[in-house]
Design a protein around this ligand. Structure first.
Ligand code: 0PR
Length: 386
């Protein structure tokens, strides 16, 4: 092909891609109020592109990228007060972390029952189906957290693990992790904390002086933690980690690997891009704990402002926000979501608890909320919610 024809073909393909891309919502629009992800920071984007060809499934081919992976894990282990015996595994996100953790619990205990709160992320449904495990779903208290007395009653000789959530998908609620930790310690049970969202929020809320529940390895009964950098960590998708109290538990999910440069490979995936790991490292290093504290401060202030504005128009919030997630109580949430979508706003329908969810990520600012509230008020008046 001539240079001109190559150039034209390239342009045509890129134009086609742009046509598809314009159908997508973009975080820059400021209208995405229902996502637990945000626009990756420019430094994360640049780092991602730089490591596009790397494969963490073959660490001897990419030892430099492997070192970056260890550095990301070290930051996360430090953030969660992990003991020196701890280790971590980089995964694609909360779903993969939760699956991997329950895989470990199943192998270590040889048992199949998992005790989860009613508010658990739907990844546990996948776990039950994939690994032939049985879920025992615990009702919530009026504060939308796991009822500890019901957890005690649900423990059986077949219990493989108990799961608590530090930042629930629906409302950002934090289960009574310290009490669950004590209980699991007494009963010698594997205790997994799903902090996919809250893991990058709670440590910084604590630094800011907010009174939040402990959730991490400080608590001796916590066995493993899911934490996602592609949510409040502002890294690029996909980047999560499963953190484990004991590094030897990685053996439970390792197999002998032929052809690649390591003898053993841990986890679900084989080939894994180093791009997201480099992106996560870049943003972690760039922001540091100080930078994340400022981000969380900003998100929390906007959350409290939003809560106030919601109450002012006469609507009710599901609970006082613990973190940057707000549930708004409605009789017909689906109708409101549809009407808001027509006005260009993306919020989530929480049919299960008759409400809608707004997540105040770093791209959601007070001026955006000032535009959103009148539209919310209008659609609620039209629909008889107000
Ligand atoms: N655990 C918790 C507590 C979660 O909230 C989520 C996802 C997961 C695990 C699973 O994480 P991955 O989706 O990374 O595997 N919660 C988000 C939610 O349902 C996922 C999400 C994010 C959905 C951005 C939409 C979106 O635009 O809201």
């Amino acid at each position: 092909m001539s240079n001109k024809r190559v150039h034209d073909a390239k342009n045509e393909i890129l134009q086609e891609l742009t046509r598809y891309q314009t159908q997508d919502f973009s975080f820059t629009s400021g209208h995405i109020l229902g996502s637990m992800c945000t626009q990756p920071h420019p430094i994360a984007k640049e780092a991602y592109m730089k490591f596009l060809e790397t494969n963490l499934g073959d660490p001897q081919l990419f030892p430099g990228t492997k070192t970056i992976e260890q550095k990301v894990l070290s930051f996360l282990l430090d953030l969660t007060h992990a003991p020196t015996t701890a280790a971590g595994h980089i995964v694609g996100g909360g779903t993969e972390s939760n699956i991997t953790s329950m895989w470990i619990a199943k192998v270590l205990t040889g048992k199949r029952e998992i005790i989860i709160p009613e508010s658990a992320h739907f990844s546990f449904q996948k776990i039950a189906s994939l690994m032939d495990m049985k879920l025992s779903s615990i009702p919530l208290t009026t504060k939308f957290v796991m009822d500890i007395t019901k957890v005690k009653q649900a423990i059986t000789p077949e219990t493989a693990a108990v799961v608590g959530i530090a930042g629930s998908t629906e409302l950002g609620a934090i289960d009574p992790i310290p009490e669950l930790s004590d209980l699991c310690r007494e009963e010698h049970l594997f205790f997994h904390v799903d902090a996919a969202f809250g893991g990058f929020v709670i440590p910084f809320l604590k630094r800011l002086g907010y009174d939040v529940v402990d959730f991490d390895f400080h608590l001796p009964g916590v066995s493993s933690i899911s934490i996602d950098a592609h949510k409040m960590g502002c890294a690029a998708i996909p980047l999560g980690a499963l953190l484990l109290r004991k590094n030897m538990w990685l053996d439970a999910i390792s197999v002998k690997s032929n052809c690649v440069s390591t003898e053993w490979q841990a986890g679900i995936l084989g080939t894994r891009s180093g791009g997201p790991v480099a992106a996560a490292y870049a943003i972690i290093k760039y922001l540091g704990k100080e930078g994340y504290t400022n981000l969380v401060k900003q998100c929390m202030e906007t959350t409290l402002y939003t809560e106030e504005r919601i109450r002012q128009v006469g609507l009710e919030v599901m609970m006082e926000p613990t973190m940057n997630v707000i549930g708004i109580r409605l009789s017909h949430p689906r109708t409101i979501v549809e009407k808001l979508t027509k006005l260009g706003w993306k919020v989530n329908n929480l049919d299960r608890i008759s409400s809608i969810r707004v997540v105040i990520m770093p791209h959601v600012t007070k001026p955006i909320i000032d535009k959103f509230i009148p539209d919310l008020q209008k659609v609620c008046q039209e629909s008889g919610e107000l």
